[in-house]
Design a protein around this ligand. Structure first.
Ligand code: CA
Ligand code: CA
Length: 190
């Protein structure tokens, strides 16, 4: 696939910055002492979960791992405050992240097992953050027997940013994550 032929707008950009690095908007560092850059993308005609995963990887990153609450808050802030991102044509009710149920759909039918979802990227080994929306994951096999096996940050009025399992073939916005060179020594990260 020629990525150059696909027009895809980067509509949000967030640099994780700790208080000590607030004067440096280019890069920041986490308490976990990894520097992570998150970019939020609008949906397009191709952006299923798999396509979005490949897209992030082709850029040298991965679909986002949300490693802690502050990251979750920051991504929600991008979505809320970046012009156009909070419009449905951008998100189609959600943004893919790198969290999914890797099992063959069949044994997972009829029941959702939140404990069996996995992050695509668990290195950097930060504490991974999970915040399911109320009554999710629900697998929703009534509409598709394969169930819902990919996770989005839901974006609808009463569940902004909460996790929801969704059919992997839906076209959504998505969040990529990139590891950046850290400007500060690990110990200086609070
Ligand atoms: Ca499932
Ligand atoms: Ca669901």
């Amino acid at each position: 696939m020629m990525l150059t032929t696909i027009s895809l707008a980067v509509i949000g950009l967030f640099l994780v910055v700790t208080p000590v690095e607030m004067n440096n908007p280019e890069v920041g560092c986490y308490r976990s002492c990894r520097c992570l850059l998150y970019k939020v993308f609008c949906r397009n005609d191709h952006s299923t979960w798999d396509w979005s995963k490949d897209y992030c990887e082709n850029l040298g990153g991965s679909l986002a791992t949300i490693d802690q609450q502050s990251t979750h808050k920051a991504i929600k802030k991008i979505i809320k405050e970046t012009e156009g991102v909070n419009e449905r044509k951008c998100h189609n009710w959600g943004f893919w992240i790198g969290y999914y149920d890797p099992r063959d759909p069949k044994p997972s039918r009829h029941k959702a097992h939140p404990e069996l979802f996995e992050w695509l990227q668990t290195d950097p080994p930060c504490v991974q953050f999970v915040k399911w929306a109320e009554n999710q994951p629900n697998d929703q096999i009534e509409e598709d027997a394969g169930g819902q096996n990919c996770v989005q940050l839901w974006y609808k009025p009463k569940a902004k940013g909460d996790f929801d399992d969704e059919y992997c073939y839906e076209k959504k916005g998505f969040v990529c994550m990139f590891e950046e060179e850290c400007p500060c020594a690990n110990d200086s990260c609070e």
